[in-house]
Design a protein around this ligand. Structure first.
Ligand SMILES: [Zn+2]
Length: 260
């Protein structure tokens, strides 16, 4: 892929947007938000900050670090939201615009990318080998745990605790033998039915809802709620690391903790 950089350690904002549009194949997805440059800032990008969500706390931390651009998984302008620039939205946009900082956001393209995606990056950390996809738009991934010593659902829960640094909520029997695992990061509790149909005997996602518990219990498929934020910290980090190597720009990932 050809790209034009301003210097050895900087990239033009529009060139970065073009590069990411191709690399993440953004036109492939029917998404709930615009993917790409969401808020335009200065032209020259030397310093990139990545984070999970473009919250006010992330913007403040990124600006304090001298970011020219912020790249997140959860950006702004979600379908159906109040379009007015008031309240929370005003506070965030005002800060970005006042500091002339670019905001790039990639939602589904960053969940699904084969290398930088949240599903792929979570699989890498847990040693999950993907074999198939399931659910709407193939958002769910199905596979097996590579490490044979991870034999039960309880073993998998402990592995998640070690790798993600937090205790997952397990609905099911920890002693249940592991079969096929299904996974989808974030708020993908609604894919449990598809995971069951695809043959998973354990399903991992970020969030869980009240009805999810009953479906897990009544189907005998174990459910591991590992945290929406916790499961989606890895895609932006992998992408930021790649962009730093590709264009010689500086990159920091900032983790604004979120218990959900
Ligand atoms: Zn998410």
């Amino acid at each position: 892929m050809s790209q034009k950089t301003i210097g050895g350690d900087a990239i033009d904002r529009d060139d970065l947007a073009k590069y990411l549009a191709t690399a993440l194949d953004i036109t492939r997805f029917r998404d709930f938000c615009p993917n790409g440059l969401q808020v335009e800032g200065r032209r020259e990008i030397k310093k990139l900050v990545t984070g999970v969500t473009a919250s006010l706390a992330l913007l403040e931390a990124a600006i304090a670090k001298g970011a020219d651009a912020i790249l997140v998984h959860h950006g702004y302008f979600w379908r159906g939201e109040d379009a007015r620039v008031i309240g929370q939205k005003h506070g965030r946009l005002k800060l970005l615009l006042a500091h002339d900082v670019n905001l790039f956001a990639y939602h589904l393209p960053l969940d699904m990318h084969a290398e930088f995606g949240n599903n792929a990056q979570l699989a890498q950390r847990l040693g999950l080998l993907a074999e198939a996809r399931f659910g709407e738009d193939d958002l769910g991934w199905l596979g097996t745990v590579a490490d044979a010593s991870i034999a039960t659902v309880g073993d998998l829960a402990l592995l998640i605790e070690r790798q993600l640094g937090r205790v997952p909520l397990l609905i099911g029997d920890p002693a249940q033998k592991l079969g096929k695992a299904g996974w989808c990061t974030g708020a993908a509790q609604s894919l449990l039915g598809d995971a069951i149909a695809a043959g998973a005997n354990v399903y991992l996602s970020g969030e869980i809802s009240e009805p999810t518990v009953h479906l897990a219990r009544e189907s005998g498929v174990a459910y591991l709620a590992c945290g929406h934020h916790a499961t989606e910290r890895y895609g932006v980090q992998a992408l930021g690391t790649h962009l730093a190597a590709q264009f010689g720009i500086a990159h920091d990932f900032i983790d604004i903790d979120n218990p959900v």
